[in-house]
Ligand binder design. Structure first.
Ligand SMILES: [Zn+2]
Ligand SMILES: [Zn+2]
Length: 269
């Protein structure tokens, strides 16, 4: 795979119940209009018996896959459409992940650790006490990274969304995550949606991204929940890439080649 600035990564659809109502085709047409040559749909992953909110249900999954497969063929030669899922890593669902993985229906799995399962059997979203949330989310995230199921971690710095300042705890936890990324080769996604900061909480921390050691792979993700957001975030991504190249030039390009190769390798496994 060659160096490519024209990727749209991390797109949600109407199925997740918190996105715009536009059809998949409209995202694709917009991506083509913007000059992108790849679009990765990574809608939120359903689980057996639908225990979690804000996502399609299990019985909607076949339609997601078949619709995108049809579009993949229809748009071949114009844009490369990838089919993926964004999911939390919850160890009790290992069989479920394996089944999805082995189905061969997906080009990529993105780890988005919006919640974790705690040792006491509760989920982080069920506990009133939020003090330990960053650590709990980081633990789930790192287990997921070690599982070998995921190519990319979405918004790793989002786990600090309840923090007011970048403190010693943030530093220590992010060091662990970054070490884990270096060790496992999983790519860390700089989330444009969080960077543009339209959410109430602080979900993007530039401190996390400063001075990443060599060998840690990063990439941009648009995390679009509407066609308008896809456009805004992709244009921002182009601006960031241009700035990055101006700022650190060749070095960044090399870093990106590493990231892109990692993704290509993962996909061809
Ligand atoms: Zn979402
Ligand atoms: Zn997402």
């Amino acid at each position: 795979m060659e160096y490519n600035n024209y990727r749209i990564f991390h797109v949600h659809t109407w199925r997740c119940r918190h996105a715009g109502e536009e059809q998949d085709k409209e995202y694709i047409e917009k991506a083509i209009e913007l000059g992108a040559d790849e679009i990765y749909f990574t809608d939120h992953c359903p689980f057996p018996e639908n225990p979690f909110r804000y996502r399609m249900s299990m019985d909607e999954l076949p339609e997601y896959v078949s619709t995108l497969q049809k579009l993949k063929h229809q748009y071949a030669g114009q844009i490369d459409i990838k089919i993926g899922l964004e999911t939390e890593y919850i160890p009790i669902y290992d069989d479920h992940y394996k089944k999805l993985y082995d189905s061969g229906n997906f080009d990529t799995f993105v780890l988005g650790q919006h919640f974790s399962l705690l040792p006491n059997g509760c989920y982080t979203f069920e506990s009133k006490e939020k003090i330990s949330e960053p650590k709990d989310l980081a633990n789930g995230m790192m287990q997921g990274m070690e599982s070998g199921l995921f190519s990319v971690v979405a918004h790793p710095d989002q786990i600090f969304r309840r923090k007011k300042i970048w403190d010693e705890e943030c530093k220590a936890i992010s060091r662990e995550i970054i070490d884990c990324a270096a060790r496992t080769g999983v790519i860390l996604e700089q989330n444009i949606s969080n960077l543009l900061g339209k959410k109430k909480k602080r979900t993007y921390w530039p401190e996390f991204w400063k001075e990443l050691p060599q060998g840690v792979r990063t990439m941009y993700g648009v995390d679009a929940h509407s066609v308008a957001e896809l456009e805004t975030n992709y244009l921002k991504q182009q601006e960031l890439i241009d700035n990055d190249i101006r700022r650190i030039g060749e070095e960044l390009i090399q870093k990106n080649i590493v990231a892109l190769r990692a993704l290509a390798e993962w996909e061809s496994e």
